[in-house]
Design a binder for this molecule. Structure first.
Ligand SMILES: *Cc1c(COP(=O)(O)O)cnc(C)c1O
Length: 383
């Protein structure tokens, strides 16, 4: 039986050619293609500056450093997110403070943040969860006057919009991922975008050991200038091989989003008649790229989430459990980050599943998924 995966990257001949060109050029580490990818990504996301990184987790780490977050500070984060969102503040010695999310969007709200503020709060990480745009404006209205930096974890957000602009465009700092589970991929890879030129310059240095002269600039001169190491930095660089793939992928983004939204629409239409299944959708303030098309399995559905996953697997459909909650993981057991119940996060983590959705998904394959969701109802009706 052929298997339907939850996600597949869309890579083709153009990526192969771009990669061949880089290898033949003899310059494979961070260089001109990374610089070009940064320019094109910034233009596409309406950001002033873009700094390519090795992945989104390292972009989040750099964001926290340039935002001035330090040991002992508190950073408000959703527990309902991939674990990297919670881990990043710990890299600078700060404490993530978990808050709950809105049940419709899976994103944090200004009210949730307001309730968790203390005099140690230094930053907030908001997430465009599963590609659903977070309602950023009220959050910035709350945090900006208090000097609290709002960092947007847009790992899943490329191609989503907020009030008519790309997500992240209105953020002081936004971090992006190019892991194959996201819409654009470079194998591994990330980007930091920011409106602040000082932050961009410092992040650019920090990702390259905080060297005063970049490796590609030294390489460009016959008599290389002496470099200095201005502070303790990191090696969070992207390679030109990754960037060459990223440039091609970025060109595919509108087509990827168009197709994903078409598939999502068909799922939503099919599911609207099924009692007990609640799919994610667009919020009133923007559009989702449907990086994750999740469905909540309610008590009215004949099966619980685990049983439904098994039934889908029997039909050759590899769906996935929904988005995790960090506070339920051993790494955060008994952690002071957990200050109160997070009922929505726990409900969504326990009862949602993510359906297959990728560019190349065929209509017949999607029909197989939909039929597998419908079949328990037919059995129940006849049994
Ligand atoms: C995938 C993801 C990350 C981590 O991205 P990497 O590029 O794998 O480091 C961070 N935050 C969220 C919300 C994610 O979905």
């Amino acid at each position: 039986m052929s298997r339907i995966n939850v996600m597949k990257p869309w890579l083709g001949e153009e990526e192969v050619l771009a990669l061949t060109e880089v290898i033949e050029s003899g310059w494979v580490a961070q260089g001109p293609r990374v610089a070009r990818f940064e320019r094109e990504f910034a233009a596409s996301m309406q950001a002033n500056h873009a700094v390519a990184t090795s992945n989104c987790t390292t972009a989040l780490h750099l964001a926290l450093i340039v935002a001035g977050v330090q040991a002992g500070d508190e950073v408000i984060v959703p527990s309902f997110s991939f674990v990297a969102t919670a881990n990043a503040p710990t890299y600078v010695g700060a404490r993530p403070v978990f808050i709950d999310v809105d049940p419709d969007t899976g994103c944090v709200t200004a009210d949730g943040i307001a309730a968790a503020l203390t005099d140690r709060t230094r930053a907030v990480i908001v997430v465009d969860q599963g590609g659903v745009p977070v309602d950023l404006d009220p959050i910035r209205d709350l945090c900006d006057p208090l000097g609290i930096v709002v960092i947007e974890d847009a790992a899943c957000g490329a191609g989503s919009t907020y009030k008519g602009r790309p997500v992240g465009a209105g953020a002081a700092l936004a971090a992006w991922s190019f892991h194959p589970r996201k819409l654009l991929t470079t194998g591994e890879g990330g980007m930091l975008t920011t409106s602040n030129s000082d932050w961009a310059e410092r992040a650019r240095r920090l990702r390259e050991h905080a060297m005063s002269v970049s490796a590609s600039d030294r390489q460009a001169s016959i008599l290389a200038p002496a470099e200095e190491y201005l502070e303790i930095g990191y090696n969070y660089r992207m390679t030109d091989m990754q960037a060459a793939v990223g440039i091609v992928q970025l060109g595919r983004l509108p087509e990827i989003v168009r197709r994903r939204r078409e598939i999502a629409e068909r799922y939503t239409a099919a599911l609207s008649g099924i009692v007990g299944l609640r799919p994610v959708g667009d919020p009133e303030w923007g559009t989702s790229n449907y990086q994750s098309y999740w469905v909540e399995v309610g008590p009215d559905y004949p099966f619980d989430r685990e049983t439904l996953l098994v039934r889908l697997a029997e039909a050759g459909v590899s769906a996935r459990r929904g988005i995790m909650s960090a506070h339920l993981q051993p790494a955060y057991e008994g952690s002071p980050s957990y200050r109160g119940p997070l009922p929505v996060s726990e409900r969504l983590t326990g009862n949602t599943l993510i359906l297959p959705l990728y560019h190349q998904l065929e209509d017949a394959e999607q029909t197989t998924v939909i039929d597998a969701l419908l079949s328990p109802l037919t059995v129940a009706a006849h049994g």
